[in-house]
Design a protein around this ligand. Structure first.
Ligand SMILES: Cc1ncc(C[n+]2csc(CCOP(=O)(O)OP(=O)(O)O)c2C)c(N)n1
Ligand code: SF4
Ligand SMILES: [Mg+2]
Length: 309
C-alpha cells in the first residue's frame, strides 16, 4: 500500500485569532498601543500559535496575558521572571514573552530581574514603564522622577530614580532596548529584534498612564512637541561616518547613551552573544542522560534519590 503524505494546512495567525478578552485599561492608556504592536509582530512573524506563551506579574500592564489568546498566566506581583524562567528552561520549544510594569519589574521584582538577566535565560521581557504604580492608584515607582507628587510622596518624590537601561546592562541582560508607545513601527522593530535574540532580551516601553501621570512622555513624542531621537547604530560598512555610530556590543558606550537626560534616546543600547542558561543546562542534561543510558529526566531523578536511600 502506498503511504499517502498528509500535508496539514496551518491556519494563518490573525489578530482575531490572537485576541482574547477586551482590554480593561482606561481609554487612552499607552498599554493599548503595546498590545497592538504585539499583535502586529505575531501576525507578521506567523509563529506557531501553540508555541507562544505570554506571562506577567501584577499591575495594569501585567493584565496583558488576559488580552492575548495564547498560552499564558497572570502570576504573583514581582515573580514573573522566575515563572517565565521555569517555562523557558523546561520548554525550549516555546517563545516566552513576559509583560509587566516598572513597579513589578524594578521594585518587588528587582532582584528576580537581576538574576534572570545574569543567567541569560532565553525570553523576551517588555517592561511597560509609566513611572507610577497605576493599578494601585498612584504611588511613587522606582522610575518616578524626583518631584513627582503621588499618594506616597504628597510633597514630591525625593529618591533618585532607577535608570532601567543602566540597571539591565549592569545586571547582565544581553539585549536592552528602549522605545515609546506612540511610535508603533519603532516599538514593533524593537520587539522583533528582542524576540530574535537568543538570550535575556528586554524592551523598555515608555507607556503613558493617562489617569495618574498624564503627559509624562510628551517630551519624547513629536506629535506633542517632543523629540524622538533614535540611536544611530554602527553598520560596519568601513565608512568614515560609521566611527561615530553606536557599537551595540560596547558596554561603556551603552551606559553613556543611557545617561542622556530625559526623554533620552530610543533604540538598541546593548546586544551581545553569551551562552544562555537554556543552552548550558541543556548540554548538562544531555550529558547526564548519556551517562544514564538515555534515561528520562524523571528516571535520572529517581536513580539519584535511590542512591541517597
Ligand atoms: C505581594 C504584593 N504586593 C503588593 C501588591 C499591590 N500591587 C499590585 S500592582 C502594584 C504595582 C503596580 O505597578 P506597576 O508594576 O508599575 O504596574 P502598572 O499598574 O503601573 O502598569 C502593587 C504595589 C500585590 N498585588 N502583591
Ligand atoms: S490606571 Fe493608568 S496604567 Fe492603569 S489602565 Fe489606567 S491609564 Fe493605564
Ligand atoms: Mg507602572
Amino acid at each position: 500500500m502506498n503511504a499517502v503524505a498528509v500535508v496539514e494546512e496551518r491556519e494563518k495567525l490573525t489578530k482575531k485569532a490572537l485576541t482574547a478578552d477586551h482590554p480593561t485599561w482606561c481609554p487612552g492608556c499607552g498599554d493599548f498601543a503595546v498590545l497592538a504592536a504585539f499583535y502586529k509582530v505575531l501576525e507578521k512573524r506567523q509563529l506557531p500559535h501553540e508555541s507562544i506563551v505570554t506571562l506577567a506579574g501584577i499591575g495594569c500592564s501585567s493584565r496583558f496575558p488576559y488580552f492575548v489568546n495564547t498560552h499564558g498566566a497572570h502570576f504573583i506581583h514581582g515573580r514573573a521572571v522566575p515563572l517565565a524562567s521555569g517555562v523557558s528552561l523546561s520548554r525550549p520549544d516555546l517563545h516566552v514573552f513576559l509583560f509587566g510594569g516598572d513597579g513589578d519589574g524594578f521594585s518587588i521584582g528587582g532582584n528576580h530581574l537581576e538574576h534572570g538577566a545574569r543567567k541569560n535565560i532565553r525570553l523576551t521581557y517588555v517592561i511597560m514603564d509609566n513611572f507610577v504604580y497605576g493599578l494601585t492608584k498612584k504611588q511613587t515607582s522606582p522610575t518616578s522622577p524626583i518631584g513627582y507628587r503621588s499618594k506616597t510622596d504628597p510633597t514630591g518624590a525625593i529618591d533618585q530614580p532607577v535608570n532601567p537601561i543602566k540597571k539591565l546592562v549592569a545586571a547582565g541582560a544581553t539585549f536592552v532596548a528602549r522605545t515609546h508607545a506612540t511610535q508603533i513601527n519603532h516599538m514593533m522593530q524593537m520587539i522583533e529584534r528582542a524576540m530574535d535574540h537568543d538570550g535575556f532580551s528586554v524592551v523598555e516601553v515608555l507607556s503613558e498612564c493617562v489617569e495618574f501621570f498624564p503627559g509624562a512622555f510628551d517630551a519624547g513624542n513629536p506629535r506633542k512637541g517632543g523629540t524622538f531621537t533614535v540611536i544611530d547604530e554602527r553598520k560596519w560598512d568601513n565608512s568614515p561616518e560609521d566611527e561615530a555610530r553606536h557599537d551595540v556590543t560596547d558596554e561603556m558606550a551603552a551606559y553613556r547613551l543611557a545617561s542622556v537626560p530625559f526623554p533620552g534616546l530610543f533604540g538598541v543600547f546593548f546586544e551581545v552573544d553569551r551562552p544562555t542558561k537554556n543552552a548550558l543546562e541543556g548540554k548538562w542534561i544531555a550529558e547526564a542522560q548519556a551517562k544514564f543510558g538515555g534515561a528520562s529526566d524523571l528516571e535520572i531523578l529517581q536513580k539519584t534519590f535511590d542512591r541517597l536511600k
